[in-house]
Design a protein around this ligand. Structure first.
Ligand SMILES: *Cc1c(COP(=O)(O)O)cnc(C)c1O
Length: 222
């Protein structure tokens, strides 16, 4: 696929789900891609937030292409956050995967120096083997503490686990859809509107469940 095909597919999926056109926004996941490839496969088609998952890679790309050179150019950070890498997130406008209060505190502290702060999403634990994310029953408390840093929390993020090969395709899709629907319900209960869900393999389910930010990588570059 190409970016225009993915975007057309998103519009069709929104219509199918009875959602407003453009309510499921593409985040172009660019980790592992060169700037040249990003320009050819993403920016040639318009401006989309670029999702990076490795902090040093983000730093290097942002240094070579400051956002100011491209009107509307925005970096999102979608990867796990380590303390010593937070300094590289200066160009980022949205951090998708906050899973601990200390991460928000460290970002708030760095933001004092930067003179601007990114908004945040909390990553929901996906209930499987994955080590990342806030368990559902700790979301409200974590949200409260994260907000005490003064940063803005806009929503939730979740990543579907690998369900393994003993499940049929239909069973896997049912489980992913349930995870996405549960995430949407938690966000709604917390009064949060942004939902970052879906990857190349499962974004149709994410749109069905109400994703507002859809993180697609591989499909844009093949
Ligand atoms: C890499 C990545 C994606 C995109 O995955 P693709 O399979 O390349 O579409 C989405 N979300 C996160 C958190 C990622 O790390």
């Amino acid at each position: 696929m190409s970016l225009p095909e993915v975007v057309a597919h998103l519009r069709a999926l929104e219509a199918e789900a009875g959602r407003e056109a453009g309510s499921a926004k593409l985040v172009a996941v660019t980790k592992g891609q060169t700037l040249e490839s990003i320009e050819r496969h993403v920016l040639a088609h318009g401006t989309y937030p670029l999702g990076e998952g490795r902090a040093q890679e983000l730093r290097d790309k942002a240094a070579e292409r400051p956002a100011s050179q491209y009107p509307g150019w925005e970096w999102h950070y979608i990867g796990p956050l380590q303390r010593n890498k937070i300094k590289y997130l200066r160009p980022v406008t949205l951090v998708h995967a906050i899973e601990a209060v200390w991460q928000a505190e460290a970002i708030a502290e760095a933001a004092q120096k930067w003179g601007h702060a990114p908004d945040l999403l909390l990553q929901l634990h996906n209930g499987e083997e994955q080590k990342h994310g806030v368990p559902a029953d700790e979301l409200a408390e974590t949200l409260k503490s994260v907000r005490e840093t003064g940063l803005t929390v806009r929503g939730l993020m979740v990543m579907a686990p690998e369900f393994g090969e003993d499940l049929t395709q239909a069973e896997t899709e049912t489980r992913i859809l349930r995870l996405f629907t549960d995430t949407a319900r938690h966000a709604h209960d917390l009064g949060l509107s942004e939902l970052s869900m879906g990857m190349s393999g499962d974004y149709p389910l994410a749109v069905r469940a109400g994703a507002t930010l859809v993180r697609v990588g591989r499909s844009l570059f093949t």
